[in-house]
Design a binder for this molecule. Sequence first.
Ligand code: SAM
Length: 311
Amino acid sequence: MFSYRHAFHAGNHADVLKHTVLIATIDHLLEKDAPLTVVDTHAGAGLYRLDGDYADTSGEAAQGILRLLAELKKPPAPASAKKTPVEEPAPLADALARYLEVIADFNPNGGAKVYPGSPFIVQHLLRDQDKLKLFELHPTDSRTLSANIAQLEAGRKIAVLLEDGFGSATKFLPPPSRRALVLCDPSYEVKSDYARVLDFAAESLKRFATGTYAVWYPIIPRPEAHDLPRRLKTMATKAGKSWLHATLTVKSSKIVTDPTGETRRPGLPASGMFLINPPHTLKAKLAAALPQLVTHLAQDRNATFSLDAGG
Ligand code: SAM
């Protein structure tokens, strides 16, 4: 059985990117009244405490949501003597403001002690007529997810399935309303996840060519990780579908050797979101948000972003 638990990573820079894109995408899809189905193929536990044991162990949120909140609280930097006394900070990009608004909804006293995973972010945004299908295969996380979701008393609107998201999620495609967003967010704990994402995307597109598909992936020194967006782009282009690819890098991926000669892996340096049939509004929203994420979450001079779209 796998050992990945999202609680160690909740609220890290990859979650900030993924959930900012997720919220901007859903906001757009909800502009139409027709029911929307959201399928989350790898749901996790749903809700996380950032002051809990798991989060304390890895501290990843400290360089993600917690850092973003702290940066935005800082007073504006003093400007050079000849210019205006205080440099006006750029207004917060709409997509980031929306992301922070959703996080704040889960933290009425401020801060981010509670971090909503994708299932809770999505259910928070969905309307009565919409549906949410959640796949989670880890028995403990699935139990936690079911218990968290049960508290919402959402009835048949939300289904939690202890099943393989890659193998089973296509059964919901196309949904009766023919409007769906599929989030595919595996842990990539095993190398075969990269190939399974591609098979899943190909099968999903075959069943439901007009759905919106969002795939998160880690950018790490591994050939499969670099091939994945290239292959998704080829798949979308061959199918005549539009696509969008956004990445956020917060630091170098180089392994560091400290003065004692010990080597240290840098942790996750970057990640990406690849969307097929993205909302037409998404590129402009991310063009404003990504540079601000780089400014606030950069850990070294290698921090950067990319944004590309086509079709
Ligand atoms: N989407 C979540 C979020 O944004 O809050 C995080 C998901 S986490 C990156 C990936 C999850 O997938 C883990 O909880 C893991 O247990 C689960 N998982 C791994 N393989 C799976 C599979 N084949 N089907 C469904 N879930 C799986």
